[in-house]
Ligand binder design. Structure first.
Ligand code: MTE
Length: 317
């Protein structure tokens, strides 16, 4: 996450390919490689084995949609942070084929009245899917604008009835070195863990994403289920979630465990609080040449500043 900031032009040729051509080529390559997609598979669920670029059905426009220009699909899906695949930005797209996002189970446990283990499609089914365009600001001072498809995390949590002792939500990603080659090395402590305070988790901006650009979430972006918290640095948006626990104590998130003086629990986008090794005042929108000012709470201050009233944001970074 903290290793190298790519400059414009280093993203790779896919970015300049017109989207339809790019998709057609991918479909052709996949189908040509011998994938068999049966009618049953096509009607069975949200995800189809060999076709990550399948349209999600019944997606409506959601609230809080940013008007910023979208980052091209090819950049969103080829320039990623996903250490389970490797530490380079190109590793996730290159290696993501080893992740099998179906079948997939998600455990909901801890301080809830109705804990359980659920098939991902069963878990998602009750939720109406929305498209929300959010800015994603990485701690490395680059940003993207991504049309996510998902639903409010609050809606899911309420279904399981958190108890009064539920003060935080802890998220855990899959730990399986056979599917995640990056987990064969101890670059981070596995599994990747993240956490939110319960009011942050219940905030209407916080979503669980199952897709982007109207299509099923590509593996490199965190299939089949990831968190998106747009006012926080990107590392809070944990990918490939297998466990959601309602807990009483503040969870120790992976990056805070790995470098506590550099990454905190809150990780709110804050141009006034620098990273110990670089400024957070500006960012480079992927595809742009010039940097732009970083906005407080990534531009979502009107919605979320009140969550932190009275808190010293230098201390609680
Ligand atoms: N989730 C997991 N499981 N593993 C990771 O390494 N990286 C985080 C976050 N979620 C990461 C993760 C970081 S640092 C960022 S910036 C975002 O994912 C990047 O999301 P994107 O690749 O979809 O843009």
């Amino acid at each position: 996450m903290l290793i190298k900031i790519k400059r414009r032009g280093e993203i790779g040729p896919a970015e300049t390919t017109p989207r339809e051509l790019f998709l057609d080529r991918r479909r052709f390559l996949r189908l040509g490689a011998g994938s068999v997609v049966t009618a049953a598979a096509l009607s069975s669920g949200l995800w189809r084995p060999a076709l990550a670029d399948v349209k999600l059905p019944n997606v409506t426009k959601g609230p809080f949609t940013a008007r910023d220009e979208l980052t091209p699909y090819e950049s969103v899906t080829s320039y990623n942070n996903f250490y389970e695949f490797g530490t380079d930005k190109e590793d996730p797209a290159r290696l993501a084929g080893s992740l099998k996002p179906r079948p997939w189970r998600v455990v909901i446990d801890g301080e809830v009245t109705k804990p359980g283990s659920f098939d991902i499609d069963e878990l998602i089914r009750p939720h109406a899917l929305q498209e929300r365009v959010y800015r994603l600001r990485c701690v490395e001072a680059w940003s993207m604008v991504i049309p996510w498809v998902g639903f409010p995390l609050a809606d899911l949590l309420k279904r399981f009835q958190p108890t009064s002792r539920a003060k935080y939500v802890r998220f855990e990603a899959l730990h399986d070195p056979r599917q995640f080659p990056g987990q064969r090395r101890a670059v981070l402590s596995w599994p990747y863990v993240e956490g939110l305070r319960i009011d942050e988790a219940m905030h209407p901006l916080t979503i669980l994403a199952v897709g982007l650009y109207g299509e099923v979430l590509p593996n490199q972006n965190g299939a089949p289920l990831r968190l998106v918290v747009p006012w926080k640095y990107g590392f809070k948006s944990i990918k490939s979630i297998v466990k959601i626990s309602l807990v009483e104590q503040m969870p120790l998130n992976t990056w805070a465990r790995s470098a506590p003086n550099e990454y905190g629990f809150y990780a709110n986008v804050n141009p006034l609080v620098d990273h110990p090794r670089w400024s957070q005042a500006k960012e480079r929108r992927i595809g742009d040449f010039f940097k732009r000012e970083t906005a407080m709470f990534n531009g979502y201050a009107d919605q979320v500043a009140s969550l932190y009233t009275g808190m010293d944001l230098r201390k609680f970074f």
